[in-house]
Each structure stands twice: as C-alpha cells, then as structure tokens.
Design a protein around this ligand. Structure first.
Ligand code: XBP
Ligand code: MG
Length: 253
C-alpha cells in the first residue's frame, strides 16, 4: 500500500517539551495558585505514565499527594490549574525556549516536497501545538499540517487508539496508507492499536519504555552530518531518517 501520510506525535517527538516545558509550566501554575507542590525532574517521569495534563494532576492527587485536602469542586479546581499551566507553557514557548528535535524541520520539508500529507496526533492542548509550531516553523507552520488532532477532541487519550482513528477519519485515509512517529510507550500503544506502522525516537524519559511492535527504534531522526543511533530494528545503510527510509519501513512486513 503506497504511503500517503505521516502522523506526528508532538511532545517528545517533534520537540523535547516535557522536562523543561510542561513540567516547568505545571510548577509555575501550582506556585501561582499558592500550592507548595513541586514536580521534580525524576518524579515527573512517573507522572508521565498518564497522558493529558488534567488527567496527570488528578493522578498525582490520587497516587502521590493523597494527603491534600481537595476542594469540593475538584473538576473545576483541576481545570483552573490546567488553564493556568497552559498559559505558562505557551508563554514559555513564546520565548523560544524549546527548539524542535534534530532532523525534524528537514524531515517535514522533505515530506512536503515528496507530496506526503501531514497530521499532528497528540494528547496535548491545541494551544500548545499552535505555540510550538508558530515559534519553531514560523507563522505558517500550522498550515503544513492538514489535521491537528489534539487534546480533548477525543475523550479517551493515548494509549487509546481514538486520537489516531480520529485523524485518519478526518483525512479519509486508512492505516495502511499512513505511518506514525512517536516517542513513548503510551504513544506506540495508541498508534499500534490504530494498526499503524510506527517509528520511535526515544528521549531521556522514554529510553527504558517497551517499544515492542515498533518498525524501528532510534535515538533521534538524525541529520546528514549527525547520524542516528539504532536502538532496535534495521535501518540498512541509512544514517539519518529520510522519506526513503520511512517508505522502506512502511513497506516491510
Ligand atoms: C503528551 C502528554 C501531554 C503533555 C501535557 O503525550 O502527555 O499530556 O504532557 O499536555 P503524547 P496538556 O506525546 O503521547 O501525546 O497539559 O496540554 O494536556
Ligand atoms: Mg509523545
């Protein structure tokens, strides 16, 4: 089946947003609300087992900070905290603090030249995607992607298949014409459940995750002068991810 579209995860895949972006913004929101909660670099790794910021705050209260006296209107409390977190996160991106990962811009440009259709498939809030793309690819960055499937658009976030299914439905494409690019166990569970061949580029929070079923696992996309490391799978004689490698992986049974 001919490859027609690339479906990109955002957090951890397009950019290393978690440790120095989302985590920092959560802590800023907590401080602003007068809470003494502090999500350290290490503890945030555990909290990442739950996708979605609101879901992550709830998980923290249920499993890590069980002594906190919760307000009666807990849902509104979490929504308010999360809105503040989104404001801090997008402000942080506006400072240019988070660049795209190695090889991302080149790969996106090559995909556009090759006529591949592009989509974003993420659990993060839509405003976060807009801010990242605008601040890294420029004002027109978002328009490179035909569909931006993000946040609460589906109720069941990754690892459920729903957000990938939604994106493919919007594009009127079936899974065999698409290829997913992910960085985490929850991400690949979601893409595999949607029957998508999936490439993984790991990061510090995900390097020990289980990536069974991945088409290949790499440390990054690489550049012509900066080879990737193959962690699992067969990249042939390729040193960096290009459209040809993705097509080979897509066709491989
Ligand atoms: C990303 C996430 C998101 C962000 C926070 O996972 O888990 O929850 O950490 O985003 P993935 P919000 O890369 O698998 O999509 O706070 O906007 O929900
Ligand atoms: Mg991710």
């Amino acid at each position: 089946m001919a490859l027609q579209a690339l479906l990109f995860d955002v957090d951890g895949t397009l950019a290393d947003t978690e440790r120095d972006g989302h985590r920092v913004a959560f802590n800023q929101a907590f401080a602003e609300a007068g809470l003494d909660w502090d999500w350290s670099v290490d503890s945030y790794g555990q909290l990442l087992s739950v996708t979605g910021g609101k879901e992550r705050i709830r998980y923290y209260l249920e499993h890590f900070n069980t002594g906190f006296k919760r307000p009666d209107a807990i849902d509104e409390f979490i929504i308010g905290l999360h809105q503040s977190k989104t404001r801090h996160y997008t402000n942080l991106l506006d400072t240019g603090a988070i660049p795209l990962r190695t090889g991302v811009v080149r790969l996106l440009k090559e995909a556009r030249i090759a006529g591949l259709r592009l989509a974003i498939v993420t659990t993060t809030t839509p405003a976060n995607v807009s801010a990242l793309l605008k601040n890294t690819l420029g004002e027109k960055g978002e328009s490179w992607f035909e569909v931006i499937a993000a946040g609460d658009i589906v109720p069941a976030k990754k690892p459920a298949a729903d957000i990938y299914d939604y994106a493919m439905h919007e594009m009127q494409l079936s899974a065999e014409h698409c290829f997913a690019l992910e960085d985490s166990a929850n991400g690949i569970k979601s893409s595999l459940a949607a029957k998508l061949k999936t490439m993984i580029t790991i990061n510090d929070y995900t390097r020990t995750h289980d990536f069974s079923g991945a088409a290949i696992v790499l440390d990054c996309f690489g550049e012509p002068d900066q080879a990737f490391k193959v962690i699992g799978g067969d990249a042939g004689d390729k040193m960096y991810v290009d459209i040809e490698l993705i097509k080979i992986l897509h066709e491989r049974v």
